[in-house]
Design a protein around this ligand. Structure first.
Ligand SMILES: Nc1ncnc2c1ncn2[C@@H]1O[C@H](COP(=O)(O)OP(=O)(O)OP(=O)(O)O)[C@@H](O)[C@H]1O
Ligand SMILES: [Mg+2]
Length: 249
């Protein structure tokens, strides 16, 4: 098992945001985590990739209060709950955060290089860049452009490209389609399928349930900090309660 999360619980002050989450992602899978706004999807990704533990150490919950995190996260069988976020990236567990945030003042090239900062060797970095350009030719054309002036879709591509420069074994992508027009959304989903074909395992957080379920191997439905259903898209879509209550269909 590439990723195993057991009984993950996160509290900000007294508010329990995640309440005993367990999930698994096997090597090569494309798995989604879906659910309504505020369900805790981003918190799951931030907890897995060491950012909640960082907030706890820095006492930097957005409320400035206490952060508690419990449960086990195993990556390639090794516990990483105590591993700092930058080390987790180095292990190959890479987070592409929500609301695409490339460093806006930096060029496309510098953003991509920021993703490669953990890996030395000019030749290697060039190889990785070439792979990203193959996937996103538009980034090559816009290498010198200031990232903040890219279109929304291009910024999303850049965010994913930057994450790929960190050589993910497991890429966690948070709502890549948000705010994009339907055509661009489809384009982003196509790219995700392509990335998966290159051998990268993917955990995808999304709200676009209908499109996402047609791409994934398995899915988890999160609601109020709990996994309330899991399985193949077709099966989940047949459950009337899940459709109406949690997927807004
Ligand atoms: N650092 C924090 N401090 C305090 N509360 C937080 C913090 N981060 C998240 N929360 C709260 O946790 C809950 C879940 O937030 P989260 O961002 O994980 O939801 P989400 O499922 O990703 O929602 P969305 O679909 O809107 O992105 C929300 O009520 C949010 O206000
Ligand atoms: Mg979110």
């Amino acid at each position: 098992m590439l990723l195993e999360v057991n009984n993950l619980t996160v509290c900000y002050d007294k508010a329990m945001i995640l309440n005993g989450i367990s999930l698994k992602v096997d090597t090569g899978e494309l798995v989604s985590l879906v659910g309504p706004n505020g369900a805790g999807k981003s918190t799951v990704l931030r907890a897995i990739t060491g950012l909640v533990a960082w907030e706890k150490r820095m006492k930097r919950g957005t409320t400035g209060g206490e952060v508690t995190i419990e449960g086990d996260v195993l990556f390639e069988g090794k516990p990483i709950s105590q591993t700092p976020a930058h080390e987790i990236v180095r292990l190959g567990l890479v987070h592409c955060p929500e609301r695409r945030r490339p460093f806006r003042e930096m060029s496309v090239q510098d953003n991509l290089m920021a993703g490669a900062y953990l890996f030395g060797g000019k030749g290697q970095v060039q190889d990785d860049l070439d792979k990203v350009f193959q996937l996103f030719p538009v980034l090559k054309k816009r290498l010198g452009q200031v990232s903040g002036t890219l279109s929304g879709g291009e910024q999303q591509m850049l965010a994913v490209g930057r994450a790929l420069m960190s050589r993910p074994k497991l890429l966690c992508i948070d709502e890549p389609s948000t705010g994009l027009a339907p055509l661009m959304r489809q384009e982003v989903f196509n790219k995700i399928v392509e990335i998966r074909r290159t051998g990268v395992t993917i955990l995808l957080v999304e709200q676009e349930v209908a499109s996402v379920f047609s791409l994934t191997d398995r899915n988890y439905v999160l609601s109020s900090g709990r996994i309330i259903a899991q399985g193949k898209g077709d099966d989940l879509l047949q459950d009337e309660v899940i459709r109406k209550t949690y997927l807004g269909l």
